[in-house]
Each structure stands twice: as C-alpha cells, then as structure tokens.
Design a protein around this ligand. Structure first.
Ligand code: AMP
Length: 137
C-alpha cells in the first residue's frame, strides 16, 4: 500500500508534531494516544514507513511486538491494571484512521471498549500516566 509520509504518525516521528512519548529506540516509538479509550492508552509504532501490519517487514513486526510486550509489562506495574487489550487495525475497512501501522495497548476490557476515543484526553493527566509508565520500564 502506498505510504503517505504526511500522515500524523510520520510527522510525530520527524518531531514535526508533539507527542507524549514513553519509549523510543532506533526502530520503534511508543507514545500516549491523544484521545484515549481508557486511562493509559498507549500506541506503539515501528519507525519504518508501513501503512498496515501486512506491509511491515516480518522481523520489524517481531521486534515491534517485543516492545509492545515491554510497554505492557510497564503499564501493568505502573498503572495497576487488571488487563490490557492489544488492538491492531489493518486497513480503513477495519477502522484504521492513521495510515501508519500501530498497535494500541488499552488498559481495559474488550467488553468495555466502545467506539474510538472521540474527545481529547486531559493532556496533563496523560503526561502523569506516561511518566509512571516510563518509570516502570
Ligand atoms: P486507528 O483508528 O487504529 O488508526 O487509531 C488511531 C489512533 O491514533 C486513535 O486512537 C487516535 O486517538 C490516535 N491519534 C490520532 N492523532 C494522534 C496524535 N496526534 N497523537 C496521539 N495519538 C493520536
């Protein structure tokens, strides 16, 4: 699938747009979702320009999942969560809205997830949660 290098996450990766980051290395970035579906909602993205999981190099996919697990463990420790929903939408038909592959980590239950977050979260409160996750990494 053709990659649009002006998508929001590409711009965050180039530091053209702000993000509340919790983890970064040379291949992956994790940051807080701006419209969280639950407290602590975090996104993990590979830095490669892939639109969906299907476009991503398998080794990069494997490494991204390792980081997803690392963040999930930190969330469990830092936020005292009981369960985490891992969600990955591939394609607009699946509901994907940002065309750069990403994994949602949502401290919630699948039975409580409604529609996508439709309003901005309190960014100060989100920053506090991010600091707790970072401290637990
Ligand atoms: P999806 O529908 O799976 O493509 O999810 C895209 C996610 O990106 C949604 O949960 C949005 O709330 C989130 N999002 C959109 N713009 C930003 C942004 N600038 N910073 C952080 N998260 C964002």
């Amino acid at each position: 699938m053709t990659y649009d290098d002006q998508n929001i996450f590409a711009r965050i990766l180039r530091n053209e747009l702000p993000a509340i980051k919790v983890y970064e290395d040379d291949q992956v970035l994790a940051f807080m979702d701006i419209m969280p579906q639950a407290e602590g909602h975090t996104l993990v993205i590979p830095k490669s320009p892939a639109v969906t999981l299907l476009d991503l190099d398998p080794q990069e996919a494997a490494y991204t999942i390792q980081v997803v697990q690392k963040i999930a463990k930190a969330m469990e420790k830092a936020l005292d969560v009981k369960g985490i929903v891992l969600m990955q939408l591939s394609g607009a038909a699946a509901g994907q809205t940002v065309p750069h592959v990403h994994f949602h980590l949502i401290p919630s239950s699948v039975h409580e997830l409604g529609k996508h977050g439709v309003q901005m979260g309190d960014q100060d409160q989100i920053k506090v949660l991010a600091d707790k996750i970072k401290a637990a990494l």
